[in-house]
Design a protein. Structure first.
Ligand SMILES: [Zn+2]
Length: 206
């Protein structure tokens, strides 16, 4: 499978698009489920958290189930909002205000400031969130989504042309004519089907 990082297909080209596609299964269409393992796998695959932090988070369902439950719910709410937002954006329709609200909710927790922090004789600037907590883990996704929304009709956010797939992707191609979330999956399936149709039609014609 292409662009597969730790079992997660990152075909979107933008952080928020990959998040909207979660759990990414090209060619099989969007799923409404989202497990704790899939969420943490995504955070790790996209390097929002380190492998060590991912290990800590994975056991949170046992050490602090309430916190894990809250974050997973927040993540699903954001994921569903991104799907509604991106669907309207890709189709050049008006984006409903209520679809954007969950993005704003996450952006609100990213308030903070820079601070100098000493680390073995050297100093570095560290961003200190006003509120700690796990919601912070979704901040980069919300920021990425907000940037996409502001692109408006000029955006190259697209829906995969395979109607059974409908994953989102960002068309970074030079010609701006990319049609498939993944050429090796949806694109090739389409080619094979088209070939079979042509081949079949010719046979019948003879
Ligand atoms: Zn696809």
């Amino acid at each position: 499978m292409p662009d597969l990082v730790l079992g997660i297909a990152l075909v979107g080209g933008r952080l928020a698009i990959d998040f909207a596609n979660l759990p990414s299964r090209p060619a099989s269409g969007p799923s409404n489920s989202l497990s704790w393992e899939e969420l943490i796998g995504f955070l790790r695959a996209t390097r929002i958290v380190s492998p060590e932090r991912a290990e800590e988070l994975l056991v949170l369902t046992e050490t602090d189930p309430r916190a894990a439950f809250d974050l997973l719910n927040r993540a699903k709410r954001l994921r569903d909002a991104l799907r509604a937002t991106f669907d309207a954006l890709a189709r050049k329709q008006r984006i409903p205000r209520e679809s954007v609200e969950p993005i704003n909710e996450v952006l609100r927790v990213t308030e903070g400031h820079d601070e100098l922090v000493e680390a073995s004789r050297t100093w570095r600037i560290e961003y200190i969130a006003r509120e700690g907590g796990l919601d912070w883990l979704l901040a980069a996704v919300a920021r990425s989504a907000a940037e996409l929304v502001t692109e408006g009709e000029e955006t190259r956010l697209r829906l995969c042309a395979n109607p059974a797939c409908s994953l989102f992707f960002y068309d970074n191609s030079r010609t701006h004519r990319r049609r498939w979330c993944s050429m090796s999956l949806c694109g090739n399936r389409h080619k094979v089907a088209a070939f079979a149709r042509r081949h079949g039609a010719r046979k019948r014609g003879n």
